[in-house]
Every structure is written in structure tokens, then in C-alpha cells.
Design a binder for this molecule. Sequence first.
Ligand code: MG
Length: 173
Amino acid sequence: MLNPKIQEALNEQINAEFWSAYLYLAMAMHFESEGHAGVANWFRIQFKEEQAHAEIFINYIVSRGGRVVLKPIAEVPQTWASPLAAFEDTLAHEQKVTAMINALYALAEEHRDYATRGKLDWFVAEQVEEEETAQGLIDRLKLTGDNGLALYMLDSELAARVFNVPAPLQSAE
Ligand code: MG
């Protein structure tokens, strides 16, 4: 039986993951319309990853006999001045998500809910990766500056990103 406070926090996290998905889909649509096909593809994959994150939490609540509550998704920004601005927003957002995951982890420890704490381990590692990736792309875009050829090459690289089903969902299948 899930502690009600933990269940509520997990449901908040589901909402945050869907908000993230919505944010990255908005970024994908923006860069699609701006002709940055690779950047748009990268954010479309990010959109799918965030939906997968939500699904991992959904499956977990179900497995614990809890109740999933789907709350409204708040409005997201729709335009960005440049790919660099979008990746800077991505990093800032992922840092907030990391803080949420850490708070959930602390809550699970406070209630001695070791099953939830264990489930969160994957997310702790995932957040390190999310922040590292966003920071890496920010660094590269800063190096690239206004160099058209370098931007074209980076866009082509981002166009090659494909979606991989996250490990916790693979084992659930
Ligand atoms: Mg996420």
C-alpha cells in the first residue's frame, strides 16, 4: 500500500513528466517551422522520452495498487529565439526536474518506502544524463556561434537521434 503523501508526489511527478513532454513537443514544432529539422527531431525524441518517464511512474503506481490521477497540463512556451535558447531552457527545466526527483527520493526515505526509493534510482541516473546532454549541446552551440557549416553539421547529427524504449519499460513488457 502506497503512503498517500508518496502517491500524491508520484502523481505530481507524472504531471511534471507530461509537462516536459509538452514543452519539448512545442520546441520540436517551433524548430520544425524554423527549418531546423535536426533540432526538431531531437526534441521530438525528447518528447517521446518524457512520455515514457510518465508511463514508468504510472506503471509503478499501478503495481503498488495505487491510484493514478491525471491532472491538467499547464501551458508551455511556444517560441524560442534560437536553438541555443531552447537548450538553455531545457537545461534549466531538467535541473528543476532533478530537484523534484531528489525531493521524492527524500520523501521515500522519510517514510521508509524502499520500493519507491529503489524505483527512483533509475531516474536519479537519468537526470544526470539529461543535464549532461543539454549542457553538452549548449557548449557546442556556443562554440559553433554563427558558423553556418558547423550549425548544419550539428543539425544533421541531431537529425539522426532515434527513440530507444527506456530500460524500466522494456522489462515491464
Ligand atoms: Mg523526464
